[in-house]
Write a protein that binds this ligand. Structure first.
Ligand code: NAD
Ligand code: SER
Length: 319
């Protein structure tokens, strides 16, 4: 692949993944697009375009204009916003994805990567060491679109012989762009509030445990799957992916090792019910076997790094 199109480049993952892809393919060969304003750090380094994923004609024009042969589709409405606006989530996550798959098919794009999520699982799924092949009966609109997206990806592989790849990200924790309205947003907010105020009110309970991943691992996993040898892959659009799992209390205890005066309290809201339907831990052996996945970060290593970067960032903003 030579020319890569990123859709949804201005979000939590896109902001960092676009820059990583540019390191790999060259600044001029990664075309960054989003519905909202594209951060200058991205638009000043390489080509960018305004794109609504629901505008199939414009998507096709961009694919042709830049001779795109690989697409990374990050445009989505996440779980919490999706429960507030279910039809928006359906429209962007499903009709947007169909546009990407159809344009890729018509224009003979070599490869598409479109992420799924732990939200594909539901309350009937085994909660510990959730298997690769398991019950997929999510209770959120976001989760429903993620399961349907996985099935669609595999359909385009089977029916048209296309190369569609996807992975079920855990909650992603990072310090560059803020998360975009998911249930796991608390796991980012907690670090900012620990530094700014020394305390945090969590919107899920102390014992809520979810699978999580630090951004450097997320970037490595995504690029590893995107560039993996197709002949090695038995799965396509639905790889389980894991790094670490912890409760909110364990996060708070990790922060207290570096900010001893940190305090936390708990006021669960509607996002608790969403978190309660997602697994504790994930079996990602298919990703390990088929494309060599291995995470590097644990909770304390991530906490140290997050606190360091957010402190620096907030000091720069204040200066
Ligand atoms: P985000 O909400 O931070 O970013 C999504 C981006 O999509 C935003 O920049 C938004 O402007 C853009 N977008 C929304 N509607 C659009 C439209 N109509 N046309 C074009 N762009 C549009 O999300 P993210 O966290 O970066 O997630 C990226 C992908 O990873 C999504 O598929 C998401 O479901 C998946 N994922 C993320 C996490 C996580 O914790 N961040 C976990 C699991 C899965
Ligand atoms: N972080 C995402 C969310 O909470 C999981 O897909 O919606």
């Amino acid at each position: 692949m030579k020319n890569i199109l990123v859709i949804g480049c201005a979000g939590q993952i896109g902001t960092e993944l676009t820059m990583e892809l540019r390191k790999l393919y060259g600044d001029e060969h990664v075309i960054a697009t989003d519905l909202k304003n594209i951060p200058p750090v991205i638009s000043e380094r390489g080509p960018s375009e305004h794109l609504d994923i629901l505008d199939k004609e414009k998507l096709k024009q961009i694919v042709n204009k830049y001779s795109i042969d690989g697409i990374v589709n990050l445009a989505a409405i996440l779980s919490a916003v999706g429960e507030e606006h279910p039809m928006l989530a359906w429209n962007v996550n499903m009709n947007g994805l169909i546009n990407v798959l159809e344009v890729a098919r018509e224009q003979k794009v070599k490869r598409v990567l479109t992420p799924s999520s732990i939200a594909a699982f539901g309350p009937e799924t085994p909660i510990d060491n959730t298997p690769q092949e398991t019950v997929l009966r999510p209770k959120t609109m976001y989760g429903i679109t993620k399961v349907a997206g996985e099935l669609l990806g595999d359909y385009y592989v089977a029916k048209y012989g296309m190369d569609i790849r996807g992975l079920r990200y855990p909650g992603i924790i990072s310090h560059e762009a803020m998360p975009g309205g998911g249930t796991t947003d608390y796991a980012v907010e907690i670090y900012y509030e620990a530094i700014k105020k020394g305390k945090y009110t969590s919107f899920v309970s102390a014992d809520t445990m979810l699978p999580m991943m630090y951004m450097p691992d997320c970037l490595r996993a995504t690029i590893q799957l995107f560039t993996a040898d197709k002949a090695q892959l038995k799965h396509h659009a639905d790889f389980n992916l894991a790094a670490m799992s912890f409760t909110v209390k364990e996060m708070a205890d990790s922060i207290k090792k570096y900010i001893p005066e940190f305090e936390i309290d708990y006021k669960p809201d509607f996002r608790q019910a969403i978190a309660d339907t997602w697994p504790n831990t994930i079996d990602d052996s298919a990703a390990r076997e088929e494309w060599g996945w291995k995470p590097e970060y644990n909770l304390d290593k991530m906490t140290q790094d997050m606190l360091l970067h957010i402190k620096k960032k907030l000091e720069t903003v204040e200066a």
